[in-house]
Design a protein around this ligand. Structure first.
Ligand SMILES: [Zn+2]
Length: 235
């Protein structure tokens, strides 16, 4: 096997390792982000429910005052009833009292409804609070673990990159550039073995000419179909 191919294979090995480590690091960060998203959602629910609770309390208070006001007016009307001599006026005032009483019933139903809504909102809020607490605990644990693992990944990447620099110094810059372009285009691998005259990168059969060049090992060969650098494995 040509020395350049050996070097390219080593670089490819390092590049794949670096890519895997970077993928893992992305995955870890996405995991943390998902928990942060959960925390933000819970915090928003709690904020919204608190705001609803406050406005519903204000509204309840308003309605209670309205009821009180109407009750006071009923008392006043009732005391007026005794002083009225005119039958028509008496009936009118009685009717007024009935209307007022029915208004009170409607308002009291409204207050009850607000209370029931409030209970539902409180349940939702308690649920969100418990959920938030769990998410925060999980985040603290995961952040600690993630921090440790990310630190390890970072130093592993740095080590591979240092090794890559050394390897890359030993290879013709054009060849290295060619490899890098193919590695981006063919992310599975840029250097592929040839088995039974077939490029294992694209599974196409190589021409007799290329197979011949490959066997003679006088130059670095590339697959005519996929452009990958090719080699005959030694095993
Ligand atoms: Zn190929």
């Amino acid at each position: 096997m040509r020395e350049e191919i050996r070097t390219l294979l080593a670089i490819q090995d390092l590049d794949m390792g670096i890519r895997q480590l970077e993928d893992r690091s992305r995955e870890i960060n996405q995991g943390l982000e998902a928990i942060r998203g959960q925390i933000e959602r819970d915090e928003r629910i709690i904020r919204e429910e608190k705001a609803k609770e406050t406005s519903s309390k204000v509204r309840s208070k308003e309605l209670e005052l309205e009821v009180e006001d109407k009750k006071n007016r009923i008392d006043k009307y009732q005391s007026q009833l005794f002083k009225i001599k005119n039958n028509k006026e008496y009936t009118a005032l009685l009717h007024e009292i009935e209307v007022m009483k029915s208004d009170i019933r409607v308002i009291e139903d409204g207050i009850l409804e607000l209370m029931e809504e409030g209970e539902g909102e409180r349940d939702l809020m308690e649920e969100a609070e418990a959920d938030l607490e769990r998410a925060r605990t999980r985040y603290r644990e995961e952040e600690q673990k993630a921090g440790d693992e990310l630190g390890r990944i970072e130093s592993q990447i740095a080590e591979k990159q240092r090794e890559r620099v050394v390897r890359a110094e030993n290879i013709d810059p054009d060849l290295r550039e060619g490899y890098e372009i193919i590695f981006v285009r063919k992310p599975d691998r840029a250097v592929a073995a040839v088995r039974n005259g077939v490029c294992t990168g694209c599974n196409m059969e190589l021409t007799a000419q290329v197979q011949n060049d490959l066997a003679r090992e006088e130059m670095v060969c590339q697959c005519e179909n996929c452009g990958r650098f090719i080699f005959l494995p030694e095993d």
